[in-house]
Design a protein around this ligand. Sequence first.
Ligand code: NPG
Length: 368
Amino acid sequence: MRLSGVELRRLRLPLVAPFRTGLGQTSVRDALLVKISTPDGEGWGECTAMAEPTYTSEYVEGAHHVLRHHLVPRLLAQPHLTAEGVGPALAAVKGHPMAKCALEMAVLDAELRATATSLAHHLGAVRDTVEAGVAVGLTASLPELLQTVGCFLEAGYRRVKLKVQPGWDVEPVRAVRERFGDVALHVDANGAYRPGDTEQLRRLDAFSLMMIEQPFAADELTAHADLARQIRTPVCLDESITSAASAGLAVASGAAAIVNVKAPRMGGYLEARRVHDLCRRAGVAVWCGGMLETGVGRAANLALAALPGFTLPGDLSASDRYYRTDITPPFVLHDGQLRVPDGPGLGVEVIDEVVEACTTSVEHVGRD
Ligand code: NPG
């Protein structure tokens, strides 16, 4: 296919409640969506970069800029574009995986719609529902944490991830264990600890956690491998895994017993599938990460999470976990599960009126 134009659209989407992590607080999502036009139809993609470059170096203004000036022009110049060809066509631009992922998602959507194939089927899905998990941010107090977790369990979530950081780890975990028993529980530190914190992290071994996610900074592979030898709780890596190559290194070095596969961090869903394949061959369990996606990115994540190696519940919540009104028909929990979209492409239809109502800017980039 050949692209005729790309629309870069910013949306302002208030969250139902602020989401606070050690990286900062998000109350409103400044979402960046791309819509591609081709002679065969359209495709949508979502860039998950947040407002500030605190999770990784990407942030929404920067992603918008690199898309506008460096990535979209390269795709527009391709005479025969395929989804598989997006990564190679953009490889000369270093970094910016979330921006690249948005474009690959849109090309996948358009290409698969044209052949009436679902993304889930295309990626190799083996299930039509996936178990939902919920990420709970830092709260101001333990009672507030217990109330929040209680509401999610009542809604049907069967796995809870708690954000932790130095000063907010053993006590919140203990409180949740004492109140809610043996609920599937894991913690995520977003790199907030230092290698010298091993003794404190070992104290979490008492609570039978499914995993501790990304205790140290992204480039601390050796420290993660050392920690994994000294604690019983399995170590999962998120920020450290940026490609199949880095996943291979992390697995081989013993730094990751579990991998959070988050496609936007890896430049797209095709690289995410390669990470899945590598981990599966190595016997390493994976789960699907989330970045407060709208229905567009959430649909793609559900397709990915339906692959056979995704044996642990991901950060895949119902749309109402984050948005009162989503830009697609909402994903709803049924008995703790979410349905994997099976329609063509991403399998969701964007609701134009909602998109228009939330839009703060639209930019059209065409061929000169
Ligand atoms: O449910 O989509 C979700 C969010 C899950 O906690 C979540 N994401 O570190 O994985 C993460 C984290 C995150 C969210 C990080 C937003 C940065 C920004």
